[in-house]
Design a protein around this ligand. Sequence first.
Ligand SMILES: [Zn+2]
Ligand SMILES: [Zn+2]
Length: 97
Amino acid sequence: MKVKCKHCLPKEGIEVPAFSLSDKNRLFEIKQESSIKTVKFLMDNYKLSHLESKYITAHINDRYGKCNRCSFNDLVDEYVNCPKCGALNFNWKVTNK
Ligand SMILES: [Zn+2]
Ligand SMILES: [Zn+2]
């Protein structure tokens, strides 16, 4: 699936692998710990480039429904561009322990 963010490079967006729910949970957890680890994990386990891994990591939401870039707090879709600021959000509904 192709995603785009008007605030980030590359402008044409990137192709995102079809992450399973357990992938999402895992990535979310690692990101809570460290973004650098998340980038490395993506490169090692999904054969993604450094750029793609950084791009994905930067857009994983820290909280469901809340835009990563602005105060918008009502995102409903999973891979969504914020209606307020246009930023891409990986708005994953993960189990937050
Ligand atoms: Zn972005
Ligand atoms: Zn926003």
